[in-house]
Design a protein around this ligand. Sequence first.
Ligand SMILES: NC(=O)c1ccc[n+]([C@@H]2O[C@H](COP(=O)([O-])OP(=O)(O)OC[C@H]3O[C@@H](n4cnc5c(N)ncnc54)[C@H](OP(=O)(O)O)[C@@H]3O)[C@@H](O)[C@H]2O)c1
Length: 329
Amino acid sequence: MKIKPLGSQGLTASQIGLGCMGMSEFYGEQNDAESIKTIQKAFDLGVTFYDTANMYGPFTNEILVGKAIKPFRNEITLATKFGIVRDPANPTARGVNGKPDYVKSCCEASLQRLDVEVIDLYYLHRKDPDTPIEETIGAMAELVKEGKVRGIGLSEVNVETLRKANATYPLSALQSEYSLWSREPEDEIIPACKELGIAFVAYSPLGRGFLTGQIKSFKDLDENDFRRSSPRFQGENFNKNLELVKKIEAIANEKNCTPSQLALAWVMAQEDFIFPIPGTKRVKYVAENVKAVDVKLSQQDLKQIEDVFPKNAAAGLRYTEAGMKSVNL
Ligand SMILES: NC(=O)c1ccc[n+]([C@@H]2O[C@H](COP(=O)([O-])OP(=O)(O)OC[C@H]3O[C@@H](n4cnc5c(N)ncnc54)[C@H](OP(=O)(O)O)[C@@H]3O)[C@@H](O)[C@H]2O)c1
């Protein structure tokens, strides 16, 4: 596993990170003991980049991650996020807040839940449409000066916001959804990250599990699984997307790897400043996923993948219409 610069502000990360969200919410049953073992296993396999957010749980994932990373806290890059407002009493409701006072109070609360002295990478999870980005970034930059945060990032913003933010204070990373079935960042965001020296962190690189080929039917998903609300997992879209995944499975077989490894290798083959952060709460999956670094894709392999799974091939939006309103701002 290679360790590379994560942006140009002094952070580093392993080529593949670990997404910890599903350990506490959204993707079916929880098992904290197995999740902690998964984080430990990832570290043993060379993963030095861990991703959480205050809103996952809500508010419980940071506690779990903080506990699990304790033995090797100083050897990793710990990323968390703020900005999506949630109330545990009404868990489906969402707000967004990027006001300076809120930035500061969220950071204090995350430091406490994670039980660390500094957050390595602190992201704004969604842009607040009512707060100029310069104000939010100004408050995040003060956290860096105070030694509470090492580097800052944004998630799911448009290129105009990215540029304004980076002119206010240099960003380390931009995190957005990117995978074989979510390729919007290729148009403007990834080229802008390249130009500005900002790392691109690809979330949901396994298409929220769909690209692994393990989800065969809508009924495989628990009653309260978030994916039941995602248009890509519903009705005819599910069946159309499954046909695409079957083609990926066939190529993976030819390459002697699993579809998950192929999907991750594809993300890493796009640019060397792109870091996928596949999510799992299982030791066996993390062991499988990190081996994607050994899957080498030639130009011919990439063309073959593009031919069977072209850009914009996926059926359905990646979020509900309401969810889509909070991205690309
Ligand atoms: N910035 C944002 O707005 C945002 C949004 C979403 C996610 N994220 C971050 O990105 C991380 C990754 O995204 P994600 O978790 O949504 O999606 P993902 O990595 O695309 O997929 C995760 C799903 O794939 C399954 N999986 C993982 N490896 C597998 C394997 N080898 N074989 C079969 N199934 C496998 C997991 O199962 P199990 O759960 O059973 O292990 C889980 O259900 C999150 O954990 C979170 O930290 C950020």
